[in-house]
Design a protein around this ligand. Sequence first.
Ligand code: ATP
Ligand code: MG
Length: 809
Amino acid sequence: MSETPASPSLTARAVAARAAPYLEGLNPAQRQAVEALDGPVLMLAGAGTGKTRALTTRIAHLLSLGRARPNEVLAVTFTNKAAREMKERLGRLMGESVEGLPWLGTFHAISVKLLRRHAELVGLKSNFTILDTDDQIRLLKQVIAAENIDEKRWPARLLAGLIDGWKNRALTPEKVKGAEAASFNNYGGELYVAYQARLRALNAVDFGDLLLHMVTIFQAHPDVLAQYQRWFRYILVDEYQDTNVAQYLWLRLLAQGHRNICCVGDDDQSIYGWRGAEVGNILRFETDFPGAQVIRLEQNYRSTGHILAAASGLIAANAGRLGKTLWTEAESGAKLRLIGHWDGEEEARWIGDEVEAVQRGARELAAVGLNSQAILVRASHQMRAFEDRFLTIGLPYRVIGGPRFYERAEIRDAMAYFRLAVSPDDDLAFERVVNLPKRGLGDKAVQNIQRAARAAGVSLLDGARELLAHGGITGKGAGQLRGFVEGVERWHSEVVGPLVRVADTGEIVVHDDEVGVSLGSFVRGVPTKSHIELAEQILEESGYTAMWQADKSPDAPGRLENLKELVKALEQFENLQGFLEHVSLIMDNASEDAAEKVSIMTLHAAKGLEFPVVFLPGWEDGLFPSQRSMDEGGLRALEEERRLAYVGITRAERLCTISFAGNRRVYGQWQSALPSRFIDDLPAAHVEVLTPPGLYGGGFGAAARPAASTIEERAARADVYASPGWKRMQERAASRPLAQPREARHVVIDLDAVSDFEPGARVFHQKFGYGLVRAIEGDKLTVVFDKAGEKKLLASYVVAADNADDVPF
Ligand code: ATP
Ligand code: MG
């Protein structure tokens, strides 16, 4: 047989791609980066020069040319939001929706998918739980206590930092040696071993493990690695300057197959050194991938002249950089604006007014909608002042860039209940809510459960069940604990679907009460309830909602509101598992609603994004640059902070405003501050200094105003709960019912098989005789038998009436 000639459709595609509209408008360097498909490519260029655009176009090009199928492209972005945006952009470029890019996502999101396929290679089950920081700390506390170390002197957070650092450097416990292993009062290495063992016993991983386990698997199982090396024909990585060692190894291992790896980044935007990112990775690219094409881009398409010049001037103050010149064809536009305020609340008030002014078109720009405006903060505690102020004046906002919502206590409690429903063996979730609401279980009772579970080598839920069975817990707590244990069992059976027994005749019998019987002739049916209904049921039956309803504290209504919001968030997911997975991975908001809202986010989260109008508040020494970073990292950290400032300014397209306050309340303490040293780095020719309005105008440096009056003013302003905005919100919440009840679904067997029969078909059953098929669901039939009446049974137990003679049973 002769060799297959090149497929005509491929050739046609190639021709089409050559004239592809998506290539138009790229500059020559970008085009080079898009078209250099084979071999390693590095795009090293400054902010806003179109790196991400070129990378996205490259994917479009690969797909259009038919060089790779969507599932053969591995594309790594820094945030989930960036991944979503890339998919949208691709859709626009290719003029069709791009659904099937399963391997476009963050390192973590991709790793979790890979690890689920190979979990057993590192001693986990594929349904492992992903712990968040809070759970991680809780677990570490237990590990520390087990070694009889005083947690007060040697806090779990410190150990968490050490372990994360090791994981970021791809160090498994056996690789931590010498002085490092002797850290944490000599126990560092040992505790790391114990922690990993606990994680494994709990069938859990922390964030760092997602990558570390995959690197371990790739290194120890060349066959698995080879499979993915073949699979991923093209690898693309955005924001390469922020990869840590584990991510770097992960990529390098995978890229060794086809060596078609394209990385883009900017050494001036390396802002995750504190989390183990190694800017050296990008500088070493040519050594790692000999023969790599290095492409530099210099034209900035994002910002107007003054903004770009101000940012360039600022970053020039850093010593450790490759150095590059950026230019723009855009007009000079507005100068970067600088304004000082008396305190943080005044700053928030001013920015709120300014956002509205810009929205009305009162700022020399055409009106700019709220979606196009962003407030970028150095530290998340700065956000509250803006949230409070915007609630007061009814200015819609969204907080992006941190799982803030999901960090709230009530949300975490509710999630713990959901986690238990999904995996009843999730001990951390059990501990969190077993006595929440109060179930009359003291510390001692909980310790008893732990002891019983440990002794029997079972989960806490099983331990509790055992204790109850043997009278190990008595009194008021016993009854309530029993209710809790039974609740978890019930919810779990809702998650996995009812137990269905297939009788000898093929007849399907639902057995809710048969839990515990050998699964021999049992199968699981599809859950009868939607996961939304189930979530509501869990919150009701556990008494958790009632606990907050009974709570008279001022924040209880807000917490109930959040719980409703949580249930609402579930609507976007198919099931609880999917939702929990998503939450454990998010770095940005789950719901990207279309409504016009001003964004509030950290500078770190803003990487790669752009907004026509940007506010950069809190430029004070100590806050930005952050004192803590400088204390820990000295000059290196200062330079990283300056890069963060550079990232901030370069997010702005047309208007950028930097502000600082003379006084600020940080964690309840008033502190006075000096303007950030970064302000001195800004080239004066590109900056306009504004005078703050108001009675005591003059902002920072103006004569101090009487403290008493400001405190009263502040108190009046801080009364968010009496404000019209808050009341409106409450009314809206009250008028919005919980999710609508849905129609109950029928139980169907969860098998993909589809029967050959059609409704109306005449069939024969060994025992029930002849009948007519009335309905079909999957491989399950409802048959009205002539003599035996209506039955539900598996299709494989009947034959077409014509073949009655062939009945094998
Ligand atoms: P960052 O370093 O901040 O991640 P980047 O280099 O990835 O920036 P992009 O976000 O890709 O830059 O592009 C910045 C802006 O410039 C985007 O709005 C993009 O659409 C636009 N842009 C990029 N290339 C071109 C071009 N050739 N012509 C016109 N606009 C462009
Ligand atoms: Mg980018």
